[in-house]
Design a protein around this ligand. Structure first.
Ligand code: ADP
Ligand code: ZN
Length: 735
């Protein structure tokens, strides 16, 4: 590989990652870093932060150190890099000493481009001075908000990171984060000791996400409606409790939806399976605690529901950010109730550290303000996260769509306040509503509230409307919810003015809320399919192939290809290596490994004539300097190379490893060899039983050139490779 800095960055991007262009800000950031400067990068989740140091790592002639706090994410990233043929490794507590020794060896030999370490690891033993002996060229600090005690993910070891910059003052450093309010943000550069860092802040706006906050009553009914209008689409429902995730998932399943639950109480392998099924599209709806979603790269999530109020706006925004990554419309709904505020307050009460407790309280206040807002919700969010909040309303939140209609609520306020006064400030919201409505509830009877003058004065207003109005009274300080006294309602100085000085109160009409709910029911969000038109069955076949390969190599499936890549592949249906390289997310390395298998799968599916593929030499050909490709006839056909190995006694798995071909490809070769009269022992490849069931399928379906129908008929029990061999054998023997 040449380290020629003059190679355009776009070419490096295409070659290694298979992407045609940069996302907003990526290129500016990368150029800034390569030029030797420090930077702080703020991008929303999914914005493409990692590329901002991964690409410089390839261009710079030496080692890039990446500090990352999450072991699982570290592993994912390293696997993704390796799947693109980039030498990367991680060091953390999960490795054995043998594995570590190997990595150290590679490091000393300059074989590793990116090294991921946990902060604990970085400061253990003499690691820092060891780093000094390596050819360090760049330091990247991921999840940089962990350094600020203001943040919700404070990590004590992060506060030591300034030492690293001191130790390596001349090495450019970049800090990256997705979740930083303004207080955290200003901390980052300073606490890390960066040298005049430039701040790159990409827009946090996600205009395709609709925002709505609905009263948290009859939640299941609302959820069922939402799920109904998203038939066969994907969504996430966040719940505050593990039990909640299980209950809702069960209800959804009973109602016929494809749903599952996910929380930290599940065994790791179960959790992984649930997550993978969601990513791969086998499960549509996941009910989960906030443990779910970190590092998930799934583009077609169409709705995110918050069953309960999140702790703070950072968490909330990150969670709704998992919807609509493909840029298509997606909806987000937050259910709001005081009960949830109370739950959060109880958690906060238990925090020992006084300063931290205050911060959490302040954060809860901000998300309450958001939930109770009667102004554009997106404006509130963006002014929390962005440097310059927008001056226009968004038009895509419930408040914008149904602006509040106000009315004079003075009389209603007087009724409520006088009932509180007469019941000696001893009632909470529910009992107050009972009194106003004249309901003989247990609490009313027990305390004789049916005897007070205001009993039943508010009959004409519905229960639900009363609850909403009382909430507004609390928001306006007309009365107070006393958390310290069993959530009883108390009078305030404003109450006095309303009761005795005729001070007026403005309320948002209950109809507004009704209309917002109705609006929510109306909207049928159907993503407009833009360029990508493809055959779902082809996509399924490619997905099957990908999953086969992934399980063979023991890696998560996205390491082979993401769903987005498979969608693009299904739409483009590449027939040649050159066309294959055009597929989104396909670089040189993956072309070398997988092009043949996937192109052949498409050939089979479409029944088109396969083009000759020269996988081993495509690199030469794709280089413009090469004048003429060698005539094909001088080369041994690829299936004959497989034959040679097969003859020498290697089994298909060995051959696939040795030749770096997908196992299915090797089986394709063997099938072809069978047809061409080579002596391939079919029973070394498929069992008698398998052959019998394929024969049965053939009897049932007749002779076809496509594999897919047989594959489906056999309920995906026999993989494409074996199927092909079995069919070749059947065609040969049946004449
Ligand atoms: P973040 O860390 O900001 O949440 P990632 O770095 O994980 O986001 O990137 C999200 C996804 O976008 C990844 O699948 C990544 O490969 C992809 N991606 C990054 N840069 C580009 C680009 N320029 N073009 C297309 N996809 C990109
Ligand atoms: Zn709005």
């Amino acid at each position: 590989m040449t380290k020629d800095i003059h190679i355009p960055l776009e070419d490096t991007l295409q070659k290694h990652f298979g992407y045609a262009s940069f996302r907003p800000l990526q290129k500016e950031i990368i150029e800034h870093i390569i030029a030797g400067n420090d930077a702080v990068v703020l991008m929303p989740t999914g914005g493409g932060k990692s590329m901002c140091y991964q690409l410089p790592a390839l261009v710079l002639d030496g080692l890039t150190l990446v500090v990352s706090p999450l072991i699982a994410l570290m592993k994912d990233q390293v696997e993704a890099l390796r799947s693109n043929g980039i030498q990367a490794a991680y060091l953390n507590s999960s490795l054995s000493s043998v594995e570590e020794a190997e990595i150290n060896n590679d490091l000393q030999n300059g074989l590793i481009k990116l090294l991921y370490v946990s902060p604990e690891r970085l400061f253990s033993g003499s690691f820092l001075s060891y780093l000094g002996t390596l050819n360090l060229k760049l330091i990247a600090i991921d999840e940089a908000h962990c350094i600020s005690s203001w943040g919700h993910h404070f990590r004590p070891e992060y506060s030591k990171l300034a030492i690293v910059k001191k130790q390596f003052p001349a090495i450019p450093s970049v800090a990256l984060t997705a979740t930083a309010d303004k207080a955290v943000r200003s901390d980052i550069g300073e606490l890390l000791g960066l040298h005049q860092p430039k701040y790159f802040i990409s827009s946090f706006d996600r205009p395709n996400l609709s925002l709505a906050v609905l009263p948290g009553r009859k939640k299941w009914e609302q959820i069922a409606q939402i799920a109904n209008r998203h038939q066969d689409e994907c969504g996430i429902i966040y719940c505050s409790s593990r039990k909640g995730t299980e209950t809702i998932a069960a209800k959804l399943q009973n109602a016929g939806f494809s749903a599952n639950f996910y929380h930290a109480g599940l065994k790791p392998d179960v959790r992984d399976a649930v997550q993978n099924e969601f990513i791969e599209g086998t499960t549509n709806i996941i009910c989960a605690t906030v443990a779910f979603g970190m590092g998930i790269d799934k583009s077609n999530v169409r709705f995110v529901i918050h069953h309960n109020l999140p702790k703070n706006l950072e968490g909330y925004y990150q969670e709704i950010g998992r919807a609509g990554r493909d840029g298509q419309p997606a909806e987000t709904i937050l259910f709001y109730s005081y009960a949830d505020v109370q739950t959060q307050l109880n958690f906060i009460e238990d925090i020992d550290n006084e300063q931290y407790r205050q911060i959490q309280l302040a954060k809860l206040d901000r998300i309450k303000e958001y939930a109770e807002a009667q102004v554009c919700r997106r404006k509130i969010l963006l002014s929390y996260f962005s440097e310059t909040p927008p001056d226009k309303d968004c038009g895509n939140c419930d408040v914008c769509k149904n602006p509040p209609k106000y009315f004079d609520g003075t009389k209603l306020a007087q009724m409520a306040l006088s009932a509180i006064y007469r019941s000696k400030e001893k009632v909470g919201i529910t009992t107050l509503v009972d009194i106003l409505k004249g309901a003989y509830s247990q609490s009313v009877r027990e305390h004789g509230y049916d005897q007070i003058k205001t009993f039943g004065v508010g009959r004409e207003t519905t229960n639900f409307a009363w609850v909403l109005y009382i909430q507004q009274f609390i928001q306006q300080g007309v009365l107070e919810l006393d958390y310290k006294d069993s959530y009883r309602l108390k009078l305030t100085s404003i109450s006095q003015d309303i009761l005795f000085n005729n001070k007026s109160v403005r309320l948002v009409n209950y109809d507004t809320i009704k209309e917002r709910q109705a609006e929510q029911k109306k909207v049928k969000i159907k993503p407009v399919k833009i360029a990508l038109e493809y055959d779902d069955a082809l996509f399924a076949a490619l997905r099957g192939l990908r999953n086969d390969i992934a399980s063979k190599i023991g890696k998560p499936s996205y390491v082979v290809f993401s769903n987005a890549s498979l969608e693009d592949m299904s739409a483009r249906m590449p027939a040649t290596i050159q066309e294959f390289m055009q597929v989104n997310g396909v670089g040189q390395h993956k072309t070398r490994q997988y092009a043949e298998a996937f192109i052949r799968c498409i050939d089979d599916f479409t029944g088109r004539n396969p083009m000759p593929l020269d996988v081993l030499n495509f690199e030469e050909k794709s280089q413009k300097t090469v004048k003429k490709a060698k005539p094909k006839s001088t080369k041994t056909p690829t299936h004959l190379i497989t034959w040679k190995l097969y003859e020498e006694g290697y089994d298909p798995e060995d051959i696939s490893l040795q030749r770096q071909l997908a196992p299915t490809t090797v089986y394709t070769h063997l099938a072809r060899l069978l047809t061409e009269g080579y002596e391939v022992d079919i029973f070394k490849l498929v069992s008698e039983e398998e052959l019998e069931s394929v024969k049965k399928a053939v009897k049932e379906l007749g002779r076809m050139d496509m594999l897919k129908p047989y594959y489906d008929y056999l309920e995906e029990q026999i993989n494409y490779g074996k199927l092909r061999v079995a069919l070749a054998h059947i065609w040969e023997t049946s004449g």
